[in-house]
Design a protein. Structure first.
Length: 482
C-alpha cells in the first residue's frame, strides 16, 4: 500500500530500498540483502514524523476498521487515490503533475486530501469553491477543466472506473451549481441537462446583447453586484433560473433612442411622457446604466391604450388633429392629452389611415381645452400671488427662491408633473410678517426716500437685497419698534 509512507510504531518515514524484480518479487529478505552492510545511510534518509490521519485510516481499512467518513464509499485503492489527488489540487498549482512530487510532498498532499475528504461532500465543495475564487481573481477562464487541472483529466480519462463515480458525481453537481455550464454540454462523460448558472459571456451568446451593456443591465436589476466590476465576462456569473424572465424580456427590449421611432413619438414629447409616468421604462437610468430601457410589449400596450377610445366614425375626420398639434392649440404638453386618452375622458377620438403609434391618434382641441384648463382651488398661481401682494411676478419668483414664501410640491391636476404651489394661508402669513417700504411711507404720511432714511437711521434695514427683489421689504416688527 503505497499510501502508507510512515511507520506508526517508530514515528519514522519509510524509505524505498528497491523495486521488486523477478525471480523473487515478494522476497523481503532478498531485497534487504543489498543494504545490510550500510543501514546507517538508509536511516539518514528517514524523517521523524507521526503517522498522518490518512495513513491511520488506510491501516484501519486494511484491518477491516471503518473510518466513518465519506471515503468509506470508495474501495481502498480508490480512497487512497482520491485523497492524493485532492491534496495535490489543494496544496499545489492545478497544473502540477503527480510524477514531479517527492515522497515527502506526496505524504503532505495525501494528508491534506484526507482532511478535505474527511468532511465529506461539504469539504470537497469548499475546496472547489476556493479554487474557483482563486481563478476569478486571476481573471482566468473559469472552466472546470482549467480549475481542476490534472484532477479533472484523471477523472475524465480513468477508463470509466466506477469506483470514482461518487467523486465524479459530486464535481458534476458542483460545476452545474456554480459554473456557467449549460444544457447539452458534456461534463466528465455525462451530458448536462439543465443550466443553473449563467455568465455574462454565455448570456451574451444566448441573447445577442452586447457584453458591457448586458453587464450594466444585470447590475441595474440587481442580478450581479458591484464586486463583478473588473471581472472578465466569463467570470461574472449569476443565477440562471432567477434571471430567466429578465433574459427573455431582454431579447425584445430597446433603448429610448429606439423606442421613440418605434412609437412614432416626437423627440420633444418623449421626456414629457416619461416624466408624467405614462411611458414607464422597464429599467430606469442608474449609475450603472445611463439610458432608459423599454420592453416591446409595454410600448405596444401604451400605443393600444392611446387608441382604445378611437371610434370608426371619426376615422380621418378633418376636424381632428394629432396630439402634438392639439397641444399647440390648447397650450398644454401633448402628454397631458395622452393622459386624457388613457383615462377614457375624450369622446371625439379617431385614427389616421396609414399611420400607427402616437401620431396616428386624432383628437378634437375644442374638447380637450376645457379639460386641461382647470385650476386647483386650494393653491395660488404666481400671477395671483403677485396681484395679492402688489408685486411683479419676477419679485414673487425671487421670494420663492429666497424661501420667504414657502412652497409645496404636488402633481399638476392635469399634466401630473410635480409643480411648486403656494397655499393662500402662506400668502397671509407673508403679509403679516413683511411690509413694503411704500406701504410704510403711506402709513406715516411721508415719502419713500425720507421713510427709508429714517428707518436706516434707526438701524432698521431691508430683509433682502433690494437689487434682487426690485423693492425694499422690511419686517413689520422691526418697523413697529421705531
Amino acid at each position: 500500500m503505497a499510501g502508507v509512507r510512515t511507520c506508526e510504531r517508530h514515528g519514522l518515514s519509510l524509505v524505498e530500498i528497491s523495486r521488486p524484480r523477478s525471480p523473487h518479487p515478494h522476497d523481503a529478505s532478498h531485497a534487504m540483502a543489498s543494504i545490510l552492510g550500510d543501514l546507517s545511510s538508509v536511516h539518514r534518509r528517514t524523517v521523524r514524523r507521526p503517522a498522518s490521519a490518512f495513513e491511520r485510516c488506510l491501516v484501519g481499512r486494511l484491518r477491516n476498521r471503518s473510518a466513518g467518513t465519506w471515503l468509506d464509499a470508495f474501495p481502498l485503492y480508490a480512497a487512497w487515490q482520491v485523497c492524493l489527488r485532492l491534496g495535490v489540487t489543494d496544496l499545489r498549482d492545478a497544473r502540477t503533475g503527480y510524477g514531479k512530487l517527492s515522497e515527502d510532498a506526496l505524504w503532505e498532499c495525501e494528508a491534506a486530501g484526507f482532511a478535505v475528504a474527511a468532511d465529506g461532500e461539504d469539504g470537497v465543495r469548499r475546496l472547489l469553491d476556493r479554487l474557483q475564487s482563486s481563478f476569478r481573481e486571476q481573471r482566468r477562464k473559469r472552466r472546470e477543466r482549467t480549475i481542476l487541472g490534472p484532477l479533472f483529466k484523471w477523472l475524465d480519462t480513468s477508463n470509466g472506473d466506477a469506483a470514482y463515480e461518487p467523486l465524479r458525481n459530486l464535481i458534476r453537481r458542483h460545476s452545474v451549481d456554480t459554473l456557467p455550464v449549460g444544457s447539452g454540454e458534456r461534463l466528465l462523460g455525462v451530458e448536462v441537462d439543465v443550466r443553473r448558472v449563467h455568465s455574462v459571456q454565455t448570456a451574451h451568446v444566448g441573447s445577442g446583447a452586447e457584453r458591457a451593456r448586458l453587464h450594466a443591465l444585470l447590475r441595474a436589476v440587481g442580478l450581479v453586484g458591484p464586486g463583478s466590476d473588473g471581472l472578465t465576462p466569463g467570470n461574472v456569473t449569476f443565477d440562471a433560473v432567477a434571471a430567466a424572465p429578465f433574459l427573455a424580456d431582454l431579447k425584445d427590449s430597446m433603448c429610448l433612442r429606439e423606442a421613440v421611432p418605434y412609437l412614432r413619438v416626437p423627440v420633444n414629447s418623449r421626456q414629457d411622457l416619461i416624466a408624467s409616468g405614462l411611458l414607464v421604462p422597464w429599467i430606469a437610468p442608474s449609475p450603472e446604466l445611463r439610458d432608459h430601457v423599454f420592453r416591446r410589449r409595454d410600448l405596444d400596450a401604451f400605443a393600444a391604450a392611446l387608441a382604445a377610445s378611437a371610434k370608426r366614425r371619426f376615422r380621418d375626420d378633418p376636424s381632428l388633429v394629432d396630439l402634438p398639434t392639439a397641444a399647440k392649440h390648447v397650450l398644454r404638453p401633448s402628454a397631458a392629452i395622452a393622459r386624457l386618452l388613457i383615462e377614457g375622458r375624450l369622446g371625439r377620438v379617431g385614427i389616421r389611415s396609414g399611420a400607427r403609434g402616437y401620431m396616428a391618434v386624432l383628437v378634437d382641441p375644442a374638447e380637450v381645452r376645457p379639460l386641461l384648463h382647470r385650476k386647483d382651488p386650494e393653491v395660488l398661481s404666481r400671477q395671483e400671488i403677485a396681484k395679492r401682494l402688489g408685486m411683479t411676478v419676477k419679485t414673487v419668483s425671487a421670494l420663492w427662491r429666497l424661501g420667504a414664501i414657502a412652497t409645496e410640491s404636488r402633481p399638476h391636476p392635469v399634466v401630473g408633473r410635480a409643480q411648486k404651489v403656494v397655499r393662500p394661508e402662506e400668502v397671509e402669513r407673508f403679509l403679516a410678517e413683511y411690509v413694503k417700504l411704500g406701504d410704510v411711507a403711506r402709513s406715516i404720511g411721508s415719502n419713500v426716500a425720507s421713510t427709508r432714511a429714517r428707518l436706516a437711521a434707526d438701524g432698521v434695514l431691508p430683509c433682502f437685497d433690494p437689487d434682487v427683489l426690485g423693492l425694499y421689504l422690511y419686517r413689520r416688527r422691526d418697523v413697529a419698534a421705531v
